[in-house]
Design a protein around this ligand. Structure first.
Ligand code: MN
Length: 337
């Protein structure tokens, strides 16, 4: 889930010799699921940058001491027009969704939920998880596939090992490794790299991609420039090679990339759409389907955009109450991209 209120953000650019800039996107701390909940560090979207490829959302969390914060406790909530990607370093999360998928999210295994025209799901860290550490990412689906039926994918990438380095490519292709997971988007990259102290990793990139590098732990330079922990580092298209070098301690990064989406999206709460009115309709449907606000179901069992009722699926009884949507802002939601 998310809370996309405008907050102050920081942006710094370093100009390297040769003009290859790294844009530093600072994290802002957001309580997941409301005050007193687990804090997450959100680096995407930012006012200055809504998308990296199709990637539109990045929450980074932990190492979180679950006995102190309660861990991840996100009751049933909806999504549209996007895919959620869960990637853990430590701990486990139990996922259940309205398309009928149940999964345990574990370190080194990617879980991809394609929301398409509508899905709802809940996520709870498992009872025996003491430390939770990882990331949740979303990418926007392009117009051509965003109304597809919801689905779910799971994949455990084989690590690509180098001298003191390990690379796990969970989406797309890098360093000779390819993920078989379909993304229903233009080419996209998602990978984790771990470097031992002093190790060096040279990577050939697709120059048509823009990239984002999240530094999770350690001291690391990118082409000689020190990166900042917990920051997302943006690289414009045109890079064909990068060199990552760890300092005195081991380092871990998430590497994201993709061709610029080339579409304007409207993103609010857990929804991605294309217009203000479309997002309003998603909210109205969710509130009605969970009984939070009255609205008549579509007369012929189908919403005007062709989605069958209920848009956010059936969900079994006996689980924590669904999260109602917040009130819409007074202003029109703006398209960004
Ligand atoms: Mn979610």
């Amino acid at each position: 889930m998310s809370n996309l209120e405008a907050t102050p953000e920081e942006i710094i650019c370093t100009e390297e010799p040769g003009g290859a800039a790294i844009e530093f996107l600072a994290p802002r701390e957001v309580p997941l699921g409301g005050p007193r909940a687990m804090p997450v560090r959100r680096t995407l979207p930012q006012r200055q940058r809504s998308l990296i490829g199709a990637w539109c959302f990045l929450d980074h969390y932990g190492p979180d001491l679950v006995p102190e914060t309660g861990g991840m406790r996100v009751p049933r909530h909806p999504h549209t027009g996007l895919a959620t990607v869960s990637w853990l370093f430590t701990g486990e999360i139990a996922h259940r969704d309205s398309a009928g998928f149940e999964a345990t999210v574990r370190p080194g295994e990617v879980n991809l939920m394609i929301a398409g025209r509508g899905i709802s799901h809940q996520e709870f860290s498992t009872p025996d998880t003491d430390v939770l550490h990882g990331a949740q990412l979303w990418f926007a689906l392009p117009d051509a596939t965003r109304n597809m039926p919801p689905t779910f994918e799971h994949y455990t990438p084989e690590p690509v090992r180098g001298e003191g380095t390990e690379l796990r490519v969970f989406l797309g292709s890098l360093a000779g490794a390819s993920s078989p997971v379909p993304t229903y988007t233009p080419p996209l990259l998602g990978a984790e790299a771990v470097l031992r102290a002093g190790a060096r990793l040279e990577l050939d990139l697709d120059p048509a991609f823009e990239h984002g590098i999240l530094l999770d732990t350690g001291n690391l330079t990118l082409d000689g420039t020190p990166l900042a922990v917990d920051h997302l580092h943006y690289l414009r298209p045109g890079r064909s090679t990068i060199v990552l070098e760890a300092g005195q301690s081991p380092a871990r990064v998430l590497l994201l990339g993709g061709e610029p989406l080339g579409e304007q999206i409207v993103m609010w709460w857990n929804f991605v759409g294309r217009t203000h009115n479309e997002v309003v309709a998603y909210r109205t449907a969710w509130q009605a389907e969970i009984g939070a606000e009255p609205a008549d179901p579509p007369a012929d069992g189908t919403y005007p955009d062709g989605t069958p009722y209920p848009r956010f699926g059936p969900f079994p009884d006996g689980y924590p109450s669904p999260l109602p949507a917040p009130a819409l802002p007074n202003a029109q939601l703006r398209a960004r991209g």
